[in-house]
Ligand binder design. Structure first.
Ligand SMILES: Cc1cc2nc3c(=O)[nH]c(=O)nc-3n(C[C@H](O)[C@H](O)[C@H](O)COP(=O)(O)O)c2cc1C
Length: 161
């Protein structure tokens, strides 16, 4: 067993052993789609309906999303490995090759994903170099047959692989 020095890279490697799903969080800003991929999604509460994810304090995208009344959360499926990289890209169209659905509220959802949660920001909690974002869910759509993508040790995996 190894005991690496505590550093951002050893922590990233250690945290990577914990398998995570991946969401897209997206909305329209002045008619343009804005969003990012996040693997820190956690369901939080049933009553009231709350979920959370952690956003990097250095994110250039979050300040745009933070101002909006509604955000769309889409739980990405096993065929979305390419889409995760596109949604996380620093440059270019984050929605290239993706079909999306925008609601009247401004939330943007990715077609072909298993769960859509329309949500609004309830609370922001500073936490080191990230902020924990608590969101209240106002609408749910479920497509139960879409299997999830799993992010594990910097690799995208399927539940059956
Ligand atoms: C698999 C994966 C998971 C990610 N999870 C998060 C996350 O939980 N929180 C976050 O702020 N960024 C996360 N990112 C990074 C964002 O998707 C995006 O790259 C980042 O927000 C940088 O762009 P920005 O400066 O425009 O925000 C993740 C990226 C990948 C590829």
């Amino acid at each position: 067993m190894s005991h690496p020095e505590l550093s951002t890279s050893s922590l990233r490697e250690a945290f990577g052993h914990f398998p995570q799903g991946v969401i897209a969080i997206a909305a329209e800003v002045d008619g343009a789609r804005v969003g990012l991929a996040a693997s820190t999604f956690v369901p939080v509460s049933l009553e009231p309906p709350l979920v959370s994810f952690c956003v990097q304090n250095t994110s250039a995208t979050w300040p745009k999303l933070r101002e909006l009344p509604f955000l769309g959360i889409s739980v990405l499926g096993e065929s979305h490995d390419e889409a995760v990289r596109t949604l996380a890209a620093k440059t270019g169209d984050r929605f290239a090759g993706l079909r999306t659905m925008s609601t009247d509220s401004g939330a943007v959802f990715i077609e072909g994903t298993s769960v859509w949660l329309e949500s609004s920001i309830e609370q922001l909690i500073p936490a080191g170099d990230h902020t924990i974002v608590i969101l209240r869910v106002s609408n749910i759509t479920v497509h139960p047959d879409v299997p999830p993508i799993v992010f594990h040790r910097s690799t995208f995996r399927r539940l059956d692989a």
